[in-house]
Design a binder for this molecule. Structure first.
Ligand SMILES: Nc1ncnc2c1ncn2[C@@H]1O[C@H](COP(=O)(O)OP(=O)(O)OP(=O)(O)O)[C@@H](O)[C@H]1O
Length: 262
């Protein structure tokens, strides 16, 4: 065989996931994202985007199928190997709240310490190297002047930047961002997504973004993954996604029960 094969950095293979109450949120979802590639996941509310993100993050063990990082399945990883994998994956999730009463710097430092026990006490025992990395991550997101400011005194856009800086301080090779710009006005949203893209490109990260703003996703991502009722309906280079593709995931019609969980 000839030619160079680029292995995917992040792979989901035949993922299905049901919540404990029986809600089947993902059905046979497969996805491959290469190093340096940005994939945006689109779909209506309830399509399964956040659930997919949580499976990719290793927060939800799938009911069926598997997720792999650099070819290594998540399942079966324990202890140090499991922590090492988690450290490679930066998360910008809405439910991963900032510590409101702490400073910008303390929040970004959590990116360095998040996988260690006794976090609060460790915050007082910060290694110089970790501090330097956190300061650099904050500066990169335009937060250099705000390091000592408390997060509860920041604007929405600044807070979003703190969350991204925290993920970047982790020095991940994968960035997963679930609605990183929800609640921001369109101009601010485009700015924050622009920041993410710049960082992803500069560091050659692999990124999966859940975005509600289709135009922004089209401008931003290399690939668009369209989901509906827990399934991937298309996974295409952004330039190849047509209005017909989008209509298939956003059309108003109810999804027939046979389409779900079949
Ligand atoms: N904790 C939960 N328990 C039970 N069902 C859930 C839970 N979280 C989500 N679901 C259901 O799983 C399905 C997928 O939800 P998910 O949050 O992944 O969709 P989404 O595409 O991210 O939606 P949104 O864009 O509104 O965030 C939905 O039917 C939702 O009601």
């Amino acid at each position: 065989m000839t030619g160079i094969v680029t292995l995917p950095r992040l792979e989901a293979d035949g993922l299905s996931f049901s919540y404990p109450d029986g809600t089947a949120a993902l059905h046979e979802v497969s996805l491959r994202v290469a190093p340096g590639e940005i994939a945006a996941v689109l779909g209506r509310s309830g399509a399964g985007k956040s659930t997919l993100m949580r499976c990719l993050a290793g927060l939800h063990p799938p009911t069926r199928g598997e997720v792999r990082h650099d070819g290594q399945p998540y399942a079966g990883l324990r202890g140090r190997a499991r922590r090492a994998r988690a450290e490679r994956i930066g998360l910008v999730f809405q439910e991963f709240q900032l510590v409101e009463r702490a400073t910008v710097l303390s929040n970004v430092l959590i990116g360095r310490l998040v996988y260690q026990p006794l976090l609060p006490s460790l915050l007082h025992l910060v290694r110089r190297a970790d501090r330097e990395i956190a300061v650099a991550a904050a500066a990169r997101l335009g937060l250099g002047e705000l390091l000592r400011k408390r997060v509860d005194a920041l604007s929405g856009g600044q807070r979003q930047r703190v969350a991204i800086a925290r993920a970047m301080a982790q020095q991940p090779d994968v960035l997963l961002a679930d609605e990183p710009v929800a609640n921001l006005d369109p101009v601010l949203a485009a700015g924050v997504v622009g920041d993410i893209v710049e960082l992803v490109r500069a560091e050659s990260l692999t990124a999966v973004l859940n975005l509600h703003d289709v135009a922004l996703a089209r401008r931003t991502a290399d690939r668009l993954v369209g989901m509906r009722a827990g399934r991937v309906l298309f996974d295409l280079p952004a330039a190849d996604v047509t209005d017909d593709h989008l209509a298939r995931i956003y059309a108003d019609s109810e999804v027939a029960p046979s389409e779900v969980g079949a």
